[in-house]
Design a protein around this ligand. Sequence first.
Ligand code: DX5
Ligand code: ZN
Length: 220
Amino acid sequence: MICVKITSMDKIIISPSILSADFMNLEQEINSVKNAGADWIHIDVMDGHFVPNITVGIPVVKSIRNKTDMFLDVHLMIENPERYIAAFAEAGADLITFHYEAASEPQRVISIIKNCGKKAGISIKPGTEGSKIIPYLNDVDLILVMTVEPGFGGQEFMHDCAMKIPLIKEKASQNLVIQVDGGINNLTGKICKSLGANSLVAGSYIYGSDDYKKAVESLL
Ligand code: DX5
Ligand code: ZN
């Protein structure tokens, strides 16, 4: 059974980004972070248009789904996300997060995700004001605040972006997950938690460490 841990604001949901994992040993890399105490697996999908990089797509999500029961947190950094949601849902995503900047009708994208029976998330890039996503807070399960320009792992945390969190937290319902992605380590993770985040994505910090358990626990 897939355990959907979107319930408590007390719990910090740790979602390692496989972008920094060893793709030749992906199954093992996913099992390792699971054993280290991670809650979700964060999969970064990039199309070379919305962001300058290209990563993985639908077949990889499907392959991961076949090998793990972990909650799959799929972060779409693609243009026209509505075109691909059914396919990612079918492939086994549990949560589909799209970018506010990539969607001409965000409300429609949320509805498509919900109609597929999946959790919906909406994300904002560093240059987008936090107020832009306030109208969608009651319709999504998760808000993703980017603290780097989306596209690459291993970038430096942008403190100013984290300052969007308190406004979102103030307007959010109890069950909303406020996730932060980009440059997260034990120190920046602590800042985000103190501002109201309850989910941390970490790629290079976890997969670049030689002790995944220690890295995951240092984020809690
Ligand atoms: C960047 C991705 C992130 C990335 C984070 O566009 O959305 O999920 O993997 O990597 P780190 O944690 O190394 O900043
Ligand atoms: Zn991401």
